[in-house]
Structures are given as C-alpha cells and as structure tokens.
Design a protein. Structure first.
Length: 217
DNA sequence: CTCCCGATAT
DNA sequence: ATATCAGGAG
C-alpha cells in the first residue's frame, strides 16, 4: 500500500469513529493490565462478562492477592486458558506489590518481565494507559495489515516494525484501535464484509464471495 | 514447535 | 464439527 493510501485509510476510519477506545472494561491501569492478560485468545465480550464482578471486588494488586488464585479462578473460569491466566495474574500482582509499590510501571520493557505479559500486552498497556505510539499487533492487526497490504510480515514483530515506519501522524496513537475495530467488525477472519468496507478501494484483498442479497453498504 | 482452553459464530 | 477469539511460556 502506498503512503498516500495509508493516510487515506486512517482518515476514513477516523471520520467514522473520531475517538476509538478499547472495548475492554476497566476502572484503573491495574485493572486494564489484568483485563489484557485475560484477553489472550478470548473475546472482549467474554472477558468483560467475567471481570464485571471481579473488578467491583478487586481494584488493586493487594486485593487480588487477598482473593487468591482459586478465588480468581471462580471469576474467570468461563474464559479460555483460565488456569494459566489465574496463576499469572496472582504472580504478576505479587511482583507489583513487592517491586513497584503496587503501581503499573509505564515502561514497555519492564512490563514484559511480568508473568503473562508479552510484547503485545505491554504495547496495549502503553498505548491505552499512557498514550504511547505503540502498535500492539494482535490477531486482528496482524490480519488487517497483511490482508490490505499495509504491512506484510510473517510474524507480529515484523508487522509491528513496518507499521512503526509507515503509519503517519496524526494517526500513530489511534491507528491501533482503528485497525482492531475494523478487523473485528468488518475485516473479519472467516467472512470479511468487503461490500460494506469503507476502505475496500485501497485494499489489496479481493473477496471471492460477493455481497449477500439485500446487503446494505 | 506444543500446550493452555471456554464461549461463540459459522 | 470446526474456526476463531486483543497470546505467552516452556
């Protein structure tokens, strides 16, 4: 995708949604971190359903430790990978209390040292909580970037580095969410809805199946 | 590379 | 029945 097309791509998505935000629900930065850890290979809807009561009861790492691993499992047992996620959230909370005064560090490389926190999760926290120009390449961004031809790469890290080079201001902070929402609701993995896509003319992907009868753009 | 792992859409 | 979902660790 050419430089002008990338600018136009985000200009149109920004026009439709001026201030995109994460669909994960949270009340503070610690809860955001926990929600993102829980969201691995799971839907935001499912995570929000599980965290609604949890976050009413638990707002700090100290309170999470008090709840305990088994107590946490009761809240998140409807989420995939819940055993390893519960273990990681408790371990991560203990480290925050012991080494960081119960606060979430605003540093990507420090965040990555926490159990259950990889590069993608750390980038989400940096972007959503601290406004950093980081590209958290999850399954949606990886797919949208490759499909459209904006940034073709074999690994999430390769795509992230290309996006960092190619996405211009003033879209560098918001592009992360625009791509996620676009991938979630239009440029879907199984059935991309190209017939109602606002950036289809800028995209390298050509759908094999036509728009369904009576589909509205 | 494999394992982890429930809910939902197709 | 199977693919997919805001991945990370061993």
């Amino acid at each position: 995708m050419k430089k002008d097309a990338i600018f136009e791509f985000f200009r149109r998505l920004a026009e439709d949604n001026p201030s995109p935000e994460t669909e994960l629900e949270f009340g503070n930065t610690y809860q955001l971190l926990v929600a993102v850890v829980l969201s691995a290979q799971s839907t935001d809807v499912g995570v929000n359903k599980a965290t609604r009561e949890l976050f009413q009861q638990v707002k700090t790492p100290a309170e999470m430790i008090e709840l305990g691993e088994e107590g946490l499992k009761e809240h998140i047992k409807t989420i995939g990978l819940f055993n390893s996620k519960a273990k990681n959230v408790i371990a991560l909370s203990e480290i925050l209390v012991r080494d960081f005064g119960g606060e979430v560090p605003a540093d990507r490389d420090v965040l990555t040292t926490l159990p259950g926190v990889g590069r993608k999760t750390a980038n989400v926290v940096m972007n959503c909580a601290f406004g950093a120009e980081t590209f958290a390449v999850d399954t949606h961004i990886f797919r949208v970037a490759n499909r459209t031809g904006m940034a073709k790469g074999k690994t999430p890290l390769a795509v992230e580095k290309l996006l960092d080079k190619r996405v211009p201001q003033p879209f560098r902070v918001g592009s992360h969410h625009w791509m996620i929402l676009h991938g979630r609701y239009i440029c879907k993995a199984r059935t991309p809805e190209c017939w109602r896509c606002p950036v289809a003319d800028l995209c390298a992907f050509k759908p094999k199946t036509p728009a369904p009868k009576g589909a509205q753009a």
